[in-house]
Structure formats: structure tokens, C-alpha cells
Design a protein around this ligand. Structure first.
Ligand SMILES: Cc1cc2nc3c(=O)[nH]c(=O)nc-3n(C[C@H](O)[C@H](O)[C@H](O)COP(=O)(O)O)c2cc1C
Ligand code: SF4
Length: 420
């Protein structure tokens, strides 16, 4: 059965800044339905559908929605559109092409949780997305979708944009709160969790853009529909970011659990370069490399965990056999050394040492014991860092060395560097 995209259905079909166009393509029907259902039922639907967060950590959204709804006092809802994971571009395309959808999803989240203030935290390097979301927000205020007594429901919500300033760490939810509060983007120690004490120490619901986009078809079609798209333990539609040595790179919407092979050869039109698949980076710089042997894995959270890989934010970066992997790993190591915020030592020092060793690998100047040291540094960062940046900073590098047959003596990868 062929899949009909739902999250991207309006992309390239509507004028992204026309509210009228959005409404004539089904826009704000979900909000009307959500108000009819009421907050309690909405949260129940989120739980029944088992929506897992699309920002990388795959946390069940319904649990967070419920927890925030049960808190009293001022509360916040936030859309995380920082999107700084290398290889991820899904949120940008959606914000530029269909900004009202995210706003509608965030209004529903505010209605369900009782939050009256919302923020959309957008990566500063996305000026067009910022402009279009701001224009869409203005139209929503004028039409009564935002502000006081939204559509006569009695609910109030204001939404403002906050711009990131180019730091990867500011996508981490607690660093993002610090950034909104006007402070340096340092992650906080958890607990307390955002649902109890988030931005301005108030209960906060934070979701990725795609998670909030999933809310619209879910509200309109119901939890059974959502659960029928993809596997039972991680259901729903999914946005994949196809890039690298692929004939048709770009954004692909497919059911969660789509085999990697289908994504590369059907949606992506096959491997470019040498035409032979060397490996795939799944989940971005914070993700893991897999070899061509993993082509038949289903792209969903649980299936990837089973092969010690991760879906992360949906990055599928393809490498053909002719690629020189050393500069690729060097780039990743420099990225983490540059982006580590320096709050905790395992990551502050570990990302530096990792970068130095990978630099030696790239320059064919390794010292005896370098690989052992790199593994040790990587494991220490994974175990002892206080946030996800340090915990994942070594995963791509270590999986590439292990899975692509890096020979320390020859300084070569057995699976790469072949033209044929
Ligand atoms: C270093 C780092 C960067 C992150 N960047 C993003 C990001 O750009 N967008 C995002 O939605 N989540 C990002 N996250 C995950 C967030 O902390 C958080 O889990 C997410 O916004 C929750 O939304 P979800 O439950 O809908 O996935 C990042 C996490 C870490 C550790
Ligand atoms: S793990 Fe890295 S990025 Fe996270 S708090 Fe520690 S130093 Fe900062």
C-alpha cells in the first residue's frame, strides 16, 4: 500500500504566509476539533497514540503533556526549532513551507496543558523561517487563533519567537531555557525535569517541531490511525533527512519503520559517487554509523536500538565506497570540540583529546595505543558527561572505526577508499 504523506501534505501547495490558503487546505480544523474534545481527552489521545518525541530522545509526548497539565500556576509551551544537528533540515523546510502547522500544533499543546505563554525557539541561521513564522503569528493574532479566549474556548495563549545564536548546545532543552532567560546556554542538572521546573522555573512542555506537527493529523484521524502507521512500539509518520552521496537528497516523509533500503533506493534513487554503499550515518553527528549490512533494518527507534544504532532526529547521511572517511571523522571531532559548552570535565576535556587523536588518524600520524585511548575517552564521555552532547560525542567516531574495519597499522578503512 502506498503511503500518502500527511505532515508534508501542504508543502509546496500553499502560500506559506497566507492564512486563508492554510485554512482552505484544512488548516485550523485540528484546533477546532481539539477544543471540542477538551484538554483531558486530548492528553489521553496523545498517550494512546504513543507519540514518541521526534527531537532525538524519543520520549513519550503524552507523559510530558499530562505532567504539565497537572501542574498549577504559570506554565509554558515551547517548540524546539533549534535544529543544529548536522544533517538535519526537516524543521527548516516545514517552518519555511508551512509555518501555520507548527503554530497550530503549539496552540493545541497550550490548550491541552493550560499554558498561556509559548515560545518558538528558532535557529538564528534560519532567517527565512523566522520571517515566515513571525508573519504567520501576526496573522493568527489578527484572526483570533492567538491571544485571549481563542475561538471562544476560554483559553489564552501568546507565542513569541526566540532566536538561537548558533550554539548546538542551545537545542538541549535546559540550555534552551537558559538561553530564553537571557543567560549563557549551559545545560541544567536534571531533576528537576522541565515538566516541573523549566523556563523561568515554571512547568514547561517542550517538544520538537515534528512532534507538534504530528499532533494535527492525530487529532483529526485519531490514535488508532496513528498507531497503524509504523510499528506498534514507535508509530506514526516520520520525516527523514536524506543527504550525502545519494541521487535524490532531500526531505522524505515515510511511515516510521520504513526499511533503510527503501529510503536509499526508492525515495533517494540510489547511491551516487561510486554507486556502491559504504556506510550510513544515522542520527547525525550525535548518531552512529552502520555498514551496508544494515540495509534491511527498519528505521524506527526500537529496531535501531537492537543493532546499536539510533534514529535521533531522522538524519540518513549516505557514504559511498569512494569516500575518504578520515576527513569526515575529523570534521565530526572538531564539531564536538567546538560545541562542548565546557560545563563538565568529561566532555570539556574528552572532546579535545578525541579531536587530537582523530587529527592524528587523519594525518596518518597515530601513536601506539591511540585507538585504545580514543575508546577510553569515548566511553568516559558517554558514561560521565552530564548532558546528551558529551554522552553522544564519541558514538559516530567509534562506530566508524569499529564497523568500517579501520586498520591502525595500515591507517586504512577496509570498506572505504574504493573507486569501483
Ligand atoms: C546537544 C543537544 C542538542 C539538541 N538539539 C535539539 C534540537 O535542535 N531540536 C530538538 O527538538 N531537540 C534537540 N535536542 C533534544 C532536546 O533536549 C529535547 O529532548 C527535545 O526538544 C524534546 O522534544 P521531543 O520530546 O518532542 O523530542 C538536543 C539535545 C541535545 C543533547
Ligand atoms: S556534556 Fe558537554 S555540552 Fe553537556 S554540559 Fe557537559 S560540557 Fe557542556
Amino acid at each position: 500500500m502506498s503511503y500518502q504523506p500527511v505532515l508534508t501534505a501542504r508543502l509546496n501547495k500553499i502560500d506559506p504566509i497566507s492564512l486563508r490558503d492554510y485554512e482552505s487546505h484544512g488548516g485550523f480544523e485540528a484546533l477546532g476539533r481539539a477544543i471540542d474534545l477538551g484538554a483531558e481527552r486530548l492528553i489521553e489521545i496523545m498517550r494512546q497514540a504513543h507519540v514518541l518525541g521526534r527531537g532525538g530522545a524519543a520520549f513519550p509526548a503524552g507523559i510530558k503533556w499530562k505532567a504539565v497539565s497537572e501542574e498549577s500556576g504559570p506554565k509554558y509551551v515551547i517548540a524546539n526549532a533549534d535544529e543544529s544537528e548536522p544533517g538535519t533540515f526537516k524543521d527548516r523546510i516545514m517552518l519555511e513551507g508551512d509555518p501555520f502547522s507548527l503554530i497550530e500544533g503549539l496552540i493545541i499543546a497550550g490548550f491541552a496543558t493550560g499554558a498561556e505563554q509559548g515560545f518558538i525557539y528558532i535557529r538564528g541561521e534560519y532567517p527565512l523561517a523566522i520571517e515566515r513564522v513571525q508573519s504567520a503569528l501576526n496573522s493568527c493574532y489578527q484572526a483570533g487563533y492567538l491571544g485571549r479566549d481563542i475561538l471562544g474556548s476560554g483559553a489564552n495563549l501568546n507565542i513569541e519567537i526566540r532566536k538561537g545564536a548558533g550554539a548546538y548546545i542551545c537545542g538541549e532543552e535546559t540550555a534552551l531555557f537558559e538561553s530564553i532567560e537571557g543567560k549563557r546556554g549551559f545545560p541544567r542538572i536534571k531533576p528537576p525535569y522541565p515538566t516541573e521546573a523549566g523556563v523561568f522555573d515554571c512547568p514547561t512542555l517542550i517538544n520538537n517541531v515534528e512532534t507538534l506537527l504530528c499532533v494535527l493529523p492525530l487529532v483529526l484521524r485519531g490514535p488508532n490511525w496513528f498507531k497503524d502507521v509504523g510499528p506498534e512500539d514507535s508509530p506514526g509518520p516520520k520525516l527523514f533527512c536524506l543527504s550525502g552521496r545519494i541521487r535524490k537528497p532531500g526531505l522524505v516523509e515515510a511511515p516510521m519503520g520504513t526499511p533503510l533500503r527503501d529510503l536509499i533506493y526508492d525515495s533517494g534513487g540510489g547511491v551516487s559517487g561510486s554507486g556502491r554503499l559504504g556506510g550510513v550515518l544515522l542520527g547525525g553527528a550525535a548518531g552512529m554509523f552502520v555498514t551496508a549490512d544494515a540495509l534491511d533494518v527498519n528505521l524506527d527507534f526500537a529496531s535501531l536500538r537492537e543493532i546499536d544504532a539510533a534514529l535521533g532526529s531522522g538524519v540518513v547521511m549516505v557514504f559511498d565506497t569512494s569516500v575518504d572517511m578520515k576527513p569526515v571523522l575529523k570534521r565530526i571531532a572538531h564539531f564536538f570540540a567546538h560545541e562542548s559548552c565546557g560545563k563538565c570535565y568529561p566532555c570539556q576535556l574528552g572532546t579535545q583529546r578525541q579531536m587530537e587523536i582523530v587529527d592524528r588518524i587523519a594525518a596518518n600520524k597515530t601513536r601506539t595505543g591511540d585507538l585504545m585511548l580514543l575508546t577510553d575517552v569515548g566511553k568516559t564521555m558517554a558514561d560521565a558527561s552530564i548532558c546528551g552532547l558529551g554522552q553522544t560525542a564519541s558514538a559516530a567516531i567509534l562506530t566508524a572505526l569499529e564497523r568500517f574495519g579501520y586498520d591502525e597499522v595500515k591507517g586504512e578503512f577496509s570498506r572505504f577508499g574504493h573507486r569501483q
